[in-house]
Design a protein around this ligand. Structure first.
Ligand SMILES: Nc1ncnc2c1ncn2[C@@H]1O[C@H](COP(=O)(O)OP(=O)(O)O[C@H]2O[C@H](CO)[C@@H](O)[C@H](O)[C@H]2O)[C@@H](O)[C@H]1O
Length: 498
């Protein structure tokens, strides 16, 4: 099968969070399972060019219709750790992707509406006719809309779309100008409730809603989150839409790339180990402490790795730092704040804790350091308010780092409490789970984990191994996506918005 992924991130060349991991790793798995995959991305000025091999011109004069005129683009092509990627660079005064950041600009809606249009125009002009286009999150929600409403009439009537939602919070809610810019026009038509009109703001269109309605199949990134999105406020207003289209919506649990995240061969860690021989994990703990100037003492080391965003339960992340110190554990945080307020709060905390040799806060994005932390820590906390899937607990399992998580979204599908889980036998349990979003709940889970580490080290080691025995690779989810692609190619020929 020939699959094209259209996305705003692909690790490690463009990675702000988990979306980048998924786009890369799913593509790799689909190729391993015998398919051809290409990835279309924006050409950001700040992406990691050192991860692209053989970058060259692929299509010089791509003219993308825009606001009744056209924007001239160049398309480059190169390999990102074996994946064939196309990068679209527009040449216009808007400088859409020359902003020194991936997201966070006032005109993000316009930037990614343009990218979606340019990606389709590129497929159309270069005569690429994938069997399936797989697009991701609000940034590419207009891809199926434009495919069905415009490009279908230009020789792209056989392409099918799978649309994956990684985060319902950001939906691309925009004004009518997006319709004019992209050439969709016809305000009265698109502002119908059955089409793009936002479910709560009658004067806005919602790109994610468009993605849901016009795609042949919609997924989110874990079965439990699929349920939450439909039946709780975690759908951020799209619950009714998902409910109406439930026959084409499901949750597919993400995996992680077992090649990138492999403690037996990871080039960013000094000690290589496996579940059968854990000895060298201690070397990584030592190296991590040395690198971050922490005391080398007999204490458990707890970490947090992730975006610092309301989604991630920052008040609990903050509390976890102080509770670890109180319980005689060390703490390492690696986080990039998505807002100025949270950034200022953690900068303050970092200064306050600067002289404490049991804690280190690293604010910013650092892929290499993240590997050493996963390998060196004993436990990882994931106290999210909501978590569509969560990759950090899965990477934790892979590196023998026991997760302490809040029981929401994909965390429920992957972490099974050592003491209380009713669904798994004791030898299949792998971490600690708490449910309420308050300090007491977090503390009770952390206390159980830290207590086991101190009082029953052999039991703790068993728990580590039980986590490492789980298979959270892309093997199974990759096959599940192939089933979906197969289904929409062969058994499904109409888009519902027809
Ligand atoms: N400061 C930093 N330095 C280095 N590396 C960092 C980092 N901050 C985060 N990372 C890395 O980025 C990834 C984050 O994974 P998450 O599951 O937390 O994704 P995120 O919430 O961004 O995305 C959304 O999409 C993913 C994928 O579908 C879902 O799992 C998730 O629930 C959903 O919120 C991990 O690989 C982590 O190691």
């Amino acid at each position: 099968m020939y699959i094209v992924q259209i996305a705003s991130e692909c690790a490690p060349v463009i990675k702000a969070g988990g979306l980048g991991d998924v786009v890369y790793a799913l593509s790799r798995e689909l190729e391993i399972q015998g398919n051809t995959v290409e990835i279309i991305l924006p050409m950001y000025d700040c992406m990691r060019y050192d991860h692209i091999w053989g970058l060259h011109d692929a299509y010089r004069d791509l003219s993308v219709p825009w606001y009744g005129g056209a924007v001239h683009c160049s398309v480059y092509c190169g390999w990102v750790h074996g994946r064939l990627c196309f990068f679209i660079e527009p040449h216009s005064q808007d400088n859409f992707f020359h902003r020194g950041c991936y997201y966070g600009c006032d005109d993000d809606n316009m930037r990614f509406a343009f990218f979606s249009k340019a990606a389709l125009e590129f497929l159309h002009r270069s005569n690429k006719r994938p069997d399936v286009i797989h697009c991701h999150d609000w940034q590419t929600g207009l891809v199926p809309v434009m495919l069905f409403e415009i490009y279908k009439y230009h020789g792209m009537e056989y392409q099918r779309v799978c649309y994956t939602i990684h985060n319902f919070k950001h939906q691309g809610i925009a004004g009518a100008e997006i319709l004019q810019a992209t050439g969709l026009n016809q305000e009265a038509y698109y502002f119908q409730y059955e089409r793009l009109r936002d479910n709560f703001n009658p004067f806005a269109i919602n790109m994610m809603k468009g993605g849901i309605i016009y795609s042949n199949h919609v997924t989110t990134v874990s079965p439990h989150h699929a349920w939450e999105a439909r039946f709780t406020d975690i759908g951020y207003g799209l619950g009714h839409t998902l409910h109406s289209f439930q026959y084409k919506f499901k949750g597919v649990l993400n995996g992680i790339d077992y090649d990138v995240w492999n403690p037996e061969s990871d080039r960013y860690i000094p000690g290589h180990y496996s579940k059968d021989n854990l000895a060298e994990k201690a070397l990584n703990k030592k190296a991590l402490r040395a690198r971050l100037l922490l005391r080398d003492v007999d204490k458990p080391l707890i970490c947090y790795i992730g975006r610092l965003d309301d989604q991630k339960g920052v008040h609990l992340v903050h509390h976890a730092i102080y509770h670890s110190l109180f319980k005689d554990a060390q703490f390492v945080l690696l986080g990039s704040a998505t807002g100025a307020k949270i950034n200022a709060q953690f900068q303050h905390e970092k200064r306050f804790l600067n002289d404490n040799s049991d804690v280190h806060l690293e604010l910013g994005f650092n892929e290499e350091l993240s590997h050493l932390i996963y390998a060196g820590a004993d436990m990882i906390v994931v106290p999210s308010n909501y978590e569509p899937c969560g990759l950090t607990q899965m990477i934790g399992f892979r590196y023998g780092t026991v997760p302490i998580v809040r029981g929401v979204g994909g965390l429920i599908n992957t972490v099974f409490d050592r003491d209380y889980d009713q669904t798994k036998s004791p030898e299949k349990r792998n971490g600690y789970v708490f449910y309420e979003s308050n300090y007491q709940a977090l503390e009770s889970a952390m206390d159980r984990a830290i207590g086991l580490w101190y009082d029953y080290p052999e039991e703790f080691r068993k728990l580590v191994v039980q986590g490492m025995e789980y298979d959270y690779s892309w093997n199974i989810p990759g096959a599940e996506y192939l089933d979906i692609y197969d289904y929409i190619r062969h058994k499904w020929s109409e888009v519902i918005a027809a």
